[in-house]
Design a protein. Structure first.
Length: 187
């Protein structure tokens, strides 16, 4: 029996998502079609696509361009460059507001080049704002190393320090308590 075209289209749409293979796509289709969750998901996707935009200054997802954080922000000499929105949220939770979101890493294998990461716009921002220090918060790995090297080369003629950095993650309360417990077995 042939698979109905709408089912096949939904299956193919899920299969194109990063990290989703054919089996996971099949499970997602069944989940979406089985109940009200599918309607809520469709509505949330539709609303997000309609209402969100990328701030052309920092490349955060926002309701306006420029975004609320960039609108009227005082110039800064330090800029934090992050890979994705997850890292962006962590940086903001730690008080960092001067950000630039890459939305990925350079990957010739995946066809991701400097234009897709808005690296020319990063250079424009560094020049326009006179940024003196760029902290790259990128995960360990070859793609992050390639991205770092590209950014260093891109800005080599400018008086800006480019460095790799890490965000300090907060420990869970139970982990902190375990570290503070005395070791009663020690002699």
């Amino acid at each position: 029996m042939a698979v109905p075209a709408p089912y096949q289209q939904l299956l193919q749409a899920f299969d194109t998502l990063p990290g989703i293979g054919p089996r996971a796509a099949e499970r997602l289709v069944q989940f979406v079609l089985a109940g009200e969750e599918g309607e809520r998901l469709a509505q949330a996707i539709s609303t997000a696509k309609r209402e969100l935009t990328l701030c052309q200054h920092c490349f955060r997802y926002a309701l306006t361009d420029p975004c609320q954080q960039c609108e009227g922000a005082p110039p800064a000499d330090h800029l934090l460059v992050v890979e994705d929105t997850r890292t962006q949220r962590l940086a903001e939770e730690q008080g960092h507001q001067q950000l630039f979101v890459l939305h990925g890493l350079l990957s010739p294998v995946a066809g991701i080049g400097p234009g897709q990461l808005n690296l020319p716009r990063l250079r424009q921002r560094v020049v326009a704002e006179g940024i003196q220090r760029l902290s790259l918060v990128l995960p360990p790995g070859v793609e992050a190393d390639v991205t770092t090297q590209f950014i260093q080369d891109l800005l080599a003629d400018l008086p800006v320090l480019v460095e790799r950095s890490e965000l300090h993650t907060q420990r869970q309360p139970e982990q902190q308590a375990k570290q503070q417990e005395p070791d009663h077995g020690a002699a």
